[in-house]
Design a protein around this ligand. Structure first.
Ligand code: HSE
Length: 439
């Protein structure tokens, strides 16, 4: 039986969970991986805390359990990279710094397999790491980087390899889903729901990436790479967060039998890949509408096998660690036979403004007779077919109503709004909201 030696860099919430699972269920993992899985080295600045939290023996830590300075930790990491004994390095330091980027490049360049949960690094600066891994014939395991415990990476890369993926849609950020669920179910405003998410330990002290769509964006970029074999940058991805969602939007969602969710969406259409991350009105008939709280869910729609839905925990120590351990077992067993990404395809990444969806448009207007007629006429002039118009909510001299369209593009809707502003400059009182409706 082969021996596979593992090093873990960073023994915090995720790295510590990995070490704990590998030591706790080592016997089973050895049988599953057909290799003697040995946790050799852990590099951690504060081993005492990690050892106690994850029930780990001190001798596993470089420096025999004494606290390390960053310089000492770097020297141990360098030794690991140079070592011929280590087969798999788990990077759980996190972040997109030059240090972590170079570290991951060095790991694969040294001929070692890399396993990581670092979605931001792989999505924003991963291209050269994948390229070097490909040249060296080593593997990058990143199941944990996309929706934590949900086995979506292997599902897309391995299990659906006999199919053609038509689209991927999903709720890929638990914090924003928790906030939206609280707003919709408990009738809260955004700020109150965000505060609750922070109090309950869902949102970070700086929750920007969770609420502005960035974290979800990293995940859909990685899934696009797997499903369609193309690289998309964060700058190219059309992304809107949930910061501007209000209680009023929730009322409009209820009116059309929908729930507002931050949806990652990627679709191949006429040879082009369309992708977006934005709040959508998800119809109650779509299973994603019923996914509440911090839960994640991904729906993959395939040409031959139809729709698949995976629901589960997108974050958490043991949950994310489990995905890393699965990658370790998978790499130990199948090694070079695993593909890192999908076959490269011609890169046709389309402008999200041309993405065809039914949309819900919400107007805040001066409460003047003829307004609804004027606005809907301007929409019709852009060849947009209207499905329904809501009743007007009147408040003082203001009125609010929404228009649900048949499939159209944002480009056409924006043209209609521009024309409304030109024709009647004082009619619209605040920014018009445009949200796709997902059936
Ligand atoms: N912060 C993320 C979430 C988990 O709330 O889903 C890590 O990507």
């Amino acid at each position: 039986m082969n021996t596979i030696n593992i090093a873990i860099l960073g023994c915090g919430t995720v790295g510590g969970g990995v070490a704990q699972i590998i030591t706790e269920i080592n016997k089973e993992l050895v049988i599953r991986s057909d290799a003697k899985l040995t946790l050799n080295k852990i590099v951690e600045l504060n081993p005492t805390i990690a050892a106690e939290r994850f029930h780990l023996p001190m001798e596993l830590f470089c420096g025999s359990g004494k606290n390390l300075s960053p310089q000492e930790a770097s020297a141990y990491i360098e030794d690991i990279i140079k070592s011929n004994e280590i087969d798999i390095v788990v990077e759980t330091i996190g972040g997109t710094s030059d240090f972590v980027h170079q570290l991951c490049l060095d790991i694969v360049a040294s001929g070692k397999h890399l396993v990581t949960a670092n979605k931001a690094l792989l999505a924003e600066r991963g291209k050269d790491i994948f390229d070097v891994a490909e040249k060296k014939g080593v593997k990058i395991g990143f199941e944990a980087a996309v929706c934590g415990a949900i086995p979506i990476v292997k599902t897309v890369k391995e299990n659906l390899t006999g199919d053609k993926i038509l689209s991927i849609s999903g709720i890929m950020n638990g914090t924003s889903n928790y906030i939206l669920s609280q707003m919709q179910n408990e009738n809260l405003e955004f700020d109150t729901a965000l505060k609750l998410a922070q109090e309950n330990g869902y949102a970070e002290a700086d929750p920007s990436l969770d609420i502005n769509g960035g974290d979800a964006g990293h995940k859909i970029i990685l899934l696009i790479k797997l499903a369609y074999g193309i690289d998309v940058t964060m700058e190219e991805l059309s992304m809107t967060g949930i910061e501007n969602i209000s209680k009023e939007d929730m009322d409009f969602a209820n009116e059309i039998d929908a729930k507002i969710k931050l949806i990652c969406y990627a679709k191949k259409m006429n040879g082009d890949i369309y992708a977006t991350v934005r709040p959508m009105m998800v119809k109650n008939s779509n299973v994603l509408s019923g996914v509440n709280g911090a839960t994640n869910a991904v729906r993959v729609n395939c040409k031959y096998s139809g729709k698949h839905i995976l629901v589960g925990k997108g974050a958490g120590s043991s949950e994310t660690a489990m995905s890393i351990v699965s990658d370790i077992v998978f790499i130990s067993r199948y090694g070079k036979q695993i593909r890192n990404i999908a076959e490269k395809q011609e890169r046709n990444f389309a402008d999200a403004n041309h993405f065809v969806f039914p949309y819900l448009i919400t107007f805040h207007t001066a409460d003047i007779p003829g307004t609804t007629g004027f606005i809907t006429t301007e929409i019709g002039k852009q060849d947009i077919n209207i499905d329904t118009v809501s009743h007007n909510r009147h408040s003082g001299k203001k009125a609010t109503f929404s228009v649900a369209t048949m499939p159209s593009t944002i480009e056409k809707i924006e043209k209609a709004i521009d024309n409304i502003k030109k024709e009647r400059p004082n009619l619209l009182l605040s920014e018009t909201k445009i949200m796709p409706i997902l059936y």
